[in-house]
Ligand binder design. Sequence first.
Ligand SMILES: *Cc1c(COP(=O)(O)O)cnc(C)c1O
Length: 369
Amino acid sequence: MTISFLDLKRSYGEIAGELEEAVVRVLRSGQYIGGQEVEAFEQNFARYVEAEHAIGVANGLEALHLALRAIGIKAGDEVIVPSNTFIATWLAVSQVGARCVPVEPDDGTSNIDPGRIEAAITPATRAIIPVHLYGQAADLDPVLDIARRHDLFVIEDAAQAQGALYKGRRVGAHGHMVIWSFYPGKNLGAIGDAGGVTTNDRTLADRVRLLRNYGSRERYQHLVPGFNSRLDPIQAAALTVKLRHLDNWNDRRRQIAAQYHQGLAGLNLLLPRVLDACVPVWHLYCVRHPQRDALRATLAERGVETLIHYPVPPHLQPAYADQGFRKGQYPIAERMSEELISLPIDPLMRDMEVAMVVDAVKASVTALG
Ligand SMILES: *Cc1c(COP(=O)(O)O)cnc(C)c1O
């Protein structure tokens, strides 16, 4: 028996009737761009994340790209990003011609360390992008405080954090803008590419709406040079269905995380640290071990599929080779990339499967000494 990292077919099977009904509804509507399905999801999602406005877009990278455009980030600007995020956070900054200024994370939470942000601010800095990595909110209050004092925008990358709480309030509008990915493997995932932006700022929301649709509010009236980056109605309809199940799935992820936390305590393994201010949604459960590759291999032999998030930090990617970064420059992110291992945390895992993972990790870690 093998335990797969994430079984999207199994999760489809759980709600097949509802999902198929939604897709057929779009087919029969004849409305294949925009319209009622997109608006309904935007309203439901805005309410869910406690934001005033939600704008559906094509994917998470585009959500970041359009958010950066909406606040006017351009060539010559600097944007502070975590040194250990998924590369999309960086690529959006590069896409508008601005420069990524990496800041190292906290070793326990894996989120940006607010104590290191001010040293990275220069006269060219315009924005900070905290990422709520692995489903736990970054420590937002100190980040927002620094941003206020230095007159910077805060765009939260919440691609992995649908439903997460920070100080009792859902992630969705603490910063100026919040971006979402609904990539199928995310906690709230579509059946293809999808993304969104949420904000309490009407002007910024209107700008994203314009930018996603050719810079146009009325057909053939183009107010700004925009893009085609719309949320597909089939994806919106599927997301409306899945949003109804999100809290249940997140609860189950929390149960599994609690089982891992208990079962794996006291081993030679660094477990994720949760801030008192946070209730995470455990998009990923990542542990650290000095012999990560050996641990992964033994787990594979025992039938447990694991992944690495992420094996190469952005500053060492060939895509950023021309930016003058060097190995050793962001040692915390680099060490994470060498030691992290993500355990399966599929909300449809059965208790027996979770117990099997715990046993396999215990045995493997003990065998490695
Ligand atoms: C998934 C992800 C994105 C990008 O989302 P896509 O929908 O795949 O474009 C951005 N940031 C983070 C942290 C992500 O995990």
